[in-house]
Design a protein around this ligand. Structure first.
Ligand SMILES: [Zn+2]
Length: 436
């Protein structure tokens, strides 16, 4: 008998590997944070602590490929306004006044609690004071791809884009070899970053071999503004500047032309699809079926909670799967498997982390979610993919494991203090509401 750290037995396993291998009753064996064995009855060959997952579905840890975690503290703030008004009259002024290391730490703690409850094990964050985000992520035991938002105008993180770039370099140097924090470069958007800023940002991404995360073609207003300034549409504009390549993870991409979709596919750009944020801010509906047809890697993101307003990634894939059927009047587009892939293997590919996470396979990190299937709203279960995507809720998540470490047990988050995050969110609510 070989020694293991953890053996999950009797699970209905959806591996989400490239053959979508499924075990109706299988075991997952974990050692040194990684999966060392998976399949029917393989657990009997090992000794170690056991989690009996009878009645549960095991899926890879869910991946949220675009958020601004600390914006949990602005949940609901300035709702029901167009993006431009919401940003310029509500969000940016409040951020400039209140965002600090403490704000970001407290907001990210709240976000980590909520994401863990919803089965998210890895997320992408673009915000300010990313050191505080990293501290929260490490305390929570999750993984995250983190970048400082770089903008041409003064913001809570930096006074100039050059300062934003310097902070990005320092942050990358600090976390380059970390197993939980994957630093990257985050120029905010083509309408907030000049071509020079975008070029500087890409130089850093290339020098340190990281992702280049940007908001792109989010609203018609952006398309209009970029056309006026540069006589081009946003995706083509990035191409002209020379920053459209396979490092790019582009959030939203709601308004690409057909030619731009081809360009995105050709250049290997990945897309972070954020349907609920796009709906709430009335930005539009991204042409995801066309993107998938073109072979583009599409992951799923919640965006910040001020524009969603939750971090439930299962709810997000459910929205995605239904939204595109309705919009295209075609029930075959974005099926349940494709939707779940966006939050698992394709999400990992969007982050260039497909060798480490995104599916339950030997050699990958043991980032595992167990969903309780003994719930009336999930029964009877003819097809587990369908049930997770169309009937499931984030709160059906029973157990969350990251790198073999138990972070959520029987729906209780073990690594983030619930009472403390509740106390801190009411503290910030009072501070913001009394001073605005
Ligand atoms: Zn965003």
């Amino acid at each position: 008998m070989e020694k293991a750290d953890l053996i999950i037995t009797n699970a209905h396993i959806l591996t989400m590997d490239k053959n979508l291998t499924e075990y109706e009753r299988g075991d997952i064996v974990v050692k040194d944070g990684k999966i060392v064995d998976i399949g029917e009855d393989v657990g009997k060959n090992y000794t170690g602590s056991v989690i009996d997952a009878s009645g549960k579905i095991a899926i890879p840890g869910l991946i949220n490929v675009h958020t601004h975690a600390a914006m949990t503290l602005l949940r609901g703030y300035g709702s029901d306004n167009p993006l431009k008004v919401w940003l310029e009259e509500y969000i940016w002024p409040v951020e400039n006044r209140f965002v600090s290391y403490e704000f970001v730490k407290d907001g990210t703690d709240l976000a980590c609690y909520e994401m863990l409850k919803n089965g998210v094990t890895c997320f992408v964050d673009m915000y300010f004071f990313e050191d505080a985000v990293a501290e929260s992520v490490k305390q929570a035991g999750m993984r995250a791809v983190l970048c400082t938002g770089i903008l041409d105008f003064p913001n809570p993180g930096a006074k100039t884009p050059e300062e934003g770039i310097e902070k990005t370099k320092d942050f990358i140097a600090k976390f380059k070899t970390d197993e939980h924090i994957y630093p990257c470069v985050g120029p905010h958007a083509p309408y907030t970053c000049s071509p020079k800023t975008l070029e500087m940002a890409m130089e850093v991404a290339e020098e340190f071999d990281t992702l280049f995360h940007i908001h792109l073609s989010e609203t018609e207003f952006e398309v209009h503004q970029i056309k006026e300034r540069y006589r081009n549409t946003p995706v083509k504009h990035l191409h002209n500047v020379g920053v459209l390549n396979d490092r790019v993870l582009a959030a939203h991409v709601v308004h690409p032309t057909d030619e731009e979709i081809e360009l995105i596919a050709e250049r290997g750009v990945k897309v972070a699809h954020c349907p609920e944020s796009n709906l709430k801010l009335a930005s539009g509906i991204a042409p995801v079926p066309k993107m998938l047809k073109a072979g583009i890697t599409v992951g799923i993101g919640t965006d910040g909670t001020a524009s969603n307003d939750d971090l439930d990634i299962i709810g997000e894939i459910s929205t995605a799967a239904k939204l595109h059927k309705g919009y295209w009047k075609d029930p075959t587009v974005v099926n349940a498997k494709e939707a779940l892939l966006m939050a698992t293997r394709e999400g990992a590919r969007a982050l260039r982390l497909e060798d480490k996470i995104g599916s339950l396979e030997k050699g990958k990190y043991a980032d595992i979610v167990l969903i309780d299937k003994r719930k009336p709203h999930l029964q009877p279960m003819f097809d587990p993919y369908t049930q997770i995507v169309y009937s499931g809720k984030g709160l059906d998540v029973n157990t969350v494991i990251v790198g073999g470490r138990l972070l959520v047990k029987n729906r209780e988050v073990l690594t983030v203090d619930r009472e403390y995050v509740l106390y801190k969110s009411s503290y910030w609510y009072k501070k913001i509401s009394e001073n605005t």
